[in-house]
Ligand binder design. Structure first.
Ligand code: PHB
Length: 398
């Protein structure tokens, strides 16, 4: 039933209503709070669900800076600073030294921890966060936005706001409120099989591997948990893989003349991650603005998804501050262009890392040799390595 016909039991007035309480929505709410702008966050998921849904684990330099500068700094204690990555192909590892090349690092800090920190901070600051709601509807985004929803007991509520933000992820309901958008879309003929395993890290930094059997990525979580991925079919059934089969496949992809071996242990979680590139523009319509996956999705190679969402939110917080405090609505007009400038760089970077490292079904001998030539020209050239280092650690934010 549409909630439109129901008289709401409560109506809350706020400056900014945020649909989607993942890391992007919470970071925006936090930044707005620091600028004395009030917001209400709604999300149809339970906070515990977001907290336990494993996503990528790499933060760019400026994502860490945004967290730390806004007073959320557990990443500095519990995160791991990575000064480079390994690119591995032909069974040989080549280090890309980010610090040496561009004077920047990235941080291994899982998205779930970013969520936990921001959720704790907004709660401590008295933020109005409403998780586990249903029947969410966003109406009248052109003039006077309202959100209507039902709480866990089925009671209907309304939020009336000056602005509404759609940070509601890749299955966004908000993006469909932009009339006649342009949508750019690319599917890939593969996916990632991701596992969490109880075993000590196999390497101190990430290893992005191109092998004849397909891509593999070695990442970490804690002293006793690793995060590993390997390229698979999009239709792959995770339950069809025994632990032994998973380990045999990963070991084969990482094998090389240096005798590298992964530390093995029980597989405690397995998922197949879809691969997609997507952009919707404009990112604003009337008093609705989109942020993060609601407006764009990248494939996970290069871990740009969360970083891009945080970069959107930084620009968005500034834009909203100008629009609200200085009563300057023209500021809203600049958002799409500012956000998209970074989005398309990240789209290219994610696409490039993906195509350089994955095995394409039906690739010719020429294609394979060309791919190896590309990798050799990246690791063998300061200019090539610098390009990768700059994109990976994140282009400076403007
Ligand atoms: C992860 O640790 O989950 C991770 C790291 C780098 C990526 C993707 C995922 O490119």
């Amino acid at each position: 039933m549409s909630t439109a016909a129901v008289q709401p039991a409560s109506s809350t007035r706020t400056q900014v209503a945020i649909v989607g309480g993942g890391p992007a929505g919470l970071m925006l709410s936090h930044l707005l709070h620091l600028a004395n702008i009030d917001s209400v966050v709604v999300d149809n998921r339970a906070a515990e669900t977001i907290e336990t849904t494993h996503r990528a684990g790499i933060l760019e330099r400026d994502s860490v800076r945004l967290l730390v500068d806004s007073g959320v700094d557990r990443v500095l204690r519990d995160g791991h600073r990575h000064e480079g990555i390994d690119l591995r192909f032909g069974g040989v590892s080549h280090r890309i030294d980010f610090e040496g090349l561009v004077g920047a690092s990235c941080w291994l800090y899982p998205q779930t921890d970013v969520f936990i920190d921001l959720h704790a901070r907004r709660t401590a600051d008295g933020g109005d966060l409403r998780y586990g709601i249903g029947e969410t509807e966003v109406v009248d985004v052109e003039h006077s936005p309202r959100i209507r929803y039902a709480d866990a007991d089925g009671v209907h509520h309304e939020i009336v706001a000056d602005l509404v933000i759609g940070s509601d992820g890749s299955r966004s309901i908000c993006r469909d409120l932009v009339p006649h958008p342009t949508r750019y879309f690319r599917e890939y003929p593969f996916a990632w099989f991701g596992i969490l395993t109880e075993s000590a890290p196999s390497a101190p930094e990430l290893i992005y591997t191109r092998s004849e059997r397909g891509f593999a990525l070695v990442s970490q979580r804690t002293e006793s948990v690793q995060r590993l991925y390997f390229q698979c079919e999009p239709t792959e059934d995770p339950s069809a893989w025994s632990d032994d089969r998973i380990w045999a496949e990963l070991q084969a992809r990482l094998a090389g003349e240096d005798g590298f071996r992964l530390n093995e242990g029980p597989v405690i979680e397995r998922t197949v991650l879809p691969f997609r590139s997507f952009v919707q523009t404009p990112m604003r319509h009337g008093r609705l603005l989109l942020a993060g996956d609601a407006a764009h999705t990248v494939p996970p190679t290069g871990a740009k998804g969360l970083n891009l969402a945080l970069a959107d939110v930084r620009v968005l917080a500034e834009t909203i501050e100008r629009a609200v405090n200085k009563k300057d609505d023209a500021a809203l007009d600049t958002y799409t262009e500012r956000a998209l400038a970074r989005v398309w760089k990240a789209q290219h970077f994610s696409y490039w890392m993906t195509s350089m490292l994955h095995r394409l079904e039906g690739a010719s001998d020429f294609d394979e040799q060309r791919q190896l030539g590309e990798l050799a020209s990246i690791v063998g050239s300061q200019a090539g390595s610098t390009y990768l280092a700059e994109g990976y650690t994140g282009w400076p934010q403007r």
